[in-house]
Design a protein around this ligand. Structure first.
Ligand code: GLY
Length: 386
């Protein structure tokens, strides 16, 4: 039987959550955006030491660079300050060489890194770079497998190439759906929908939990195995697999009203809510026997917070919409109360526990999803605007 981390930590239900809380947290995170924009001159911010705030950068953006761009686009839109727009444009320009990287994570890079600029500020540069990224990604589609494979440059994964799949790639379908709307090319839509449907077979378990990865035969498309790159073992539920599944299928439904996507998103969100600790902040893997003496992953929790805010608009019944909104508010409040420093650093993200890489750090994507969530909670962004 499955272990559960549910019992740990004090419940947060019933705590007062006022707009002051969200506004104060946002202004702290905005100060951190300023510090990051001024201190990082080469490459992209990747993860940071929470004690010093010093960033480790990735030279070309790895799979994470787009999240920094998205923070700049969002800051530019919500403050109107030109420096954020200048940073957003500068880092979007830096994404161009990645159009031809053989990695499915062009989905993250170009959706967050460029589509957000087209959506929020109608930036022509962002639109052009986003379309180039979408075309590059679509070219890697395998019609026999009906999937976009990880690709040979999917740098953060241990098994990569033409026969590997990850749930973290479902969100990339939103890049193709946006590009379909921008161009009218039906191939882009078909690839996005088929890729996401195929990943239900690859990664979604019957109980609503999500498995990170699968291998398939690139010639026949047949699924060969399920496994994990970063979870504790192949049958466990790595918190970020669950989170990427929730945001991926939520985004797919947001862009393409296919009921199956909403069903998977809600099933995975319900599993999360049933298994997350009482204090709402997940441990890095739901099946780590060392819980509670192990790492949390605030980045997985932030991804889920942003998704719950979307589901609070998209879910089919009023009762579910209310439940998701309440859970999102409580989760955001827990992250802000316990893990956001006065300097606006979201601590205790766990990048890769297995290899000891940034296991208790500030992670750029965790910060992005909390920043997005706070914008929604403060009424500065509609939940499904990006
Ligand atoms: N591969 C994406 C992640 O580590 O969450």
């Amino acid at each position: 039987s499955r272990r559960t981390s549910r019992g740990w930590g004090p419940a947060v239900r019933g705590e007062p959550m006022s707009s002051d809380l969200w506004r104060d947290a946002l202004s702290r995170m905005l100060a951190r955006v300023d510090q990051t924009g001024r201190s990082v001159t080469q490459g992209f911010p990747h993860f940071a030491d929470p004690a010093t705030g010093a960033w480790t950068t990735s030279p070309a953006g790895d799979w994470t660079g787009g999240f920094w761009n998205a923070m700049c686009w969002l800051a530019a839109r919500s403050t109107g300050e030109t420096r954020y727009r200048e940073w957003a444009l500068r880092w979007t320009e830096r994404l161009r060489p990645r159009v031809h990287s053989d990695t499915v994570f062009r989905g993250f890079l170009f959706y967050y890194g460029a589509v957000t600029g087209a959506l929020l500020l109608n930036s022509a540069l962002a639109r052009e770079v986003a379309l180039a990224g979408a075309r590059g990604l679509a070219a890697s589609y395998n019609p026999r497998a009906e999937a976009l494979p990880l690709g040979s440059d999917a740098e953060e994964a241990s098994d990569v190439g033409t026969g590997e799949a990850n749930v973290d790639t479902v969100q990339g379908g939103a890049l193709l759906l946006w590009a379909f709307r921008a161009t009218g090319d039906p191939m882009l839509r078909e690839i996005a929908v088929k890729h996401a449907l195929r990943h239900i077979e690859f990664c979604a378990r019957a109980d609503g939990s999500i498995c990170q990865s699968a291998s398939f035969d690139p010639e026949t498309g047949k699924m060969l195995r399920r496994y994990t790159h970063k979870g504790i073992h192949d049958d466990s539920t790595w918190a970020r697999a669950q989170a990427w599944g929730i945001v991926g299928y939520t985004h797919m439904y947001q862009w393409e009203r296919e009921p199956r996507f909403l069903e998977v998103a809600c099933g995975a969100a319900d599993w999360w809510l049933a298994h997350a600790p009482r204090d709402r902040v997940a441990f890095w893997d739901f099946d780590d026997p060392a819980i509670p003496r192990t790492s949390r992953d605030t980045s997985a929790t932030a991804i889920v917070t942003a998704s719950l805010l979307k589901l609070a608009e998209l879910a089919p019944s009023e009762a579910k919409r209310r439940e998701y909104r309440q859970a999102a508010e409580e989760t955001a409040a827990a992250l802000v109360r316990d893990y956001l420093t006065p300097a606006g650093i979201l601590t205790h993200g766990c990048y890769n526990k297995k290899i000891g890489l940034a296991p208790q750090h500030e992670l750029i994507w965790g910060s992005y999803y909390l920043f997005e969530s706070l914008h929604v909670l403060a009424g500065r962004l509609a939940p499904t605007e990006i």
